[in-house]
Design a binder for this molecule. Sequence first.
Ligand code: GRF
Length: 198
Amino acid sequence: MKHKRVAILLSGGGSNMVALADSMTGEHPARPCLVLSNDPTAAGLKKAADRGIPTSAVDHRPFKGDRSAFEAELRKPLQDARPDIVCLAGFMRVLTGDFVSDFQGRMLNIHPSLLPKYKGLNTHARAISAGDAEHGCTVHEVTAALDDGPVLGQARVPINVGDTPETLAARVLVWEHKLYPAVLRRFAAGDKTPVQMP
Ligand code: GRF
C-alpha cells in the first residue's frame, strides 16, 4: 500500500508529534515524512530525529515579523518533503492565508479548547475564569481564519474544583495525544467523520 506522507510542524516539546509519529505504524495508511520547526532548538526536533524522521528548522526570528519572507523559507523543506497531509502540532506561529491555501483541505491543527469557544491563546485560564464545567481540545482543518476550520474531532474533559490552568492543561494534553492520532488515521483514510472522545 502506498502510504500518505505526513509532515508535522512544531515549535516546542513535540508531545503531539510523538503521539502522531508513534501511531503511524502497521496498517496505518500514513507515515511521517518530515518534522519542521520555526525554532532550531525545539526539543521536538531531537525526538523526531531519534525516531529516524527527517527534520528541518527555519528560525522565524531573523525575519522580524515579515511573515511572507519567513513562509517563503518555510515552504522550501516542506515542499521538498512532498507531504500529502500537514499536521500543525504545537506550532505557535500564525500562518498567512497564502501559505494555508497551498495546503487547504489537507492541513490539520490541534487547539486546546472546545472550538468555537476560546480561539487564540490562554484557553485553559479562560475556561476556568468563565466557570465552565468542561473543556477539551479540537482537531480542525486549517483555513485562513485562525482556529476556525471544519472540526474533525473533539475530546472533552471536566473542569474540577481547584483546577489551575496547569492542572487543566495537563488533563487536556492526555486527550490531545489520543484525539490527534485518531483523527489523523481517519483523515488519512479519506474519512472526515468527526471523532468524539471520550
Ligand atoms: C499543546 O497544548 C497543544 O494543544 C498546543 O501546543 C501545546 C504543546 O504541544 N497546540 P506539544 O507538546 O509541543 O505537542
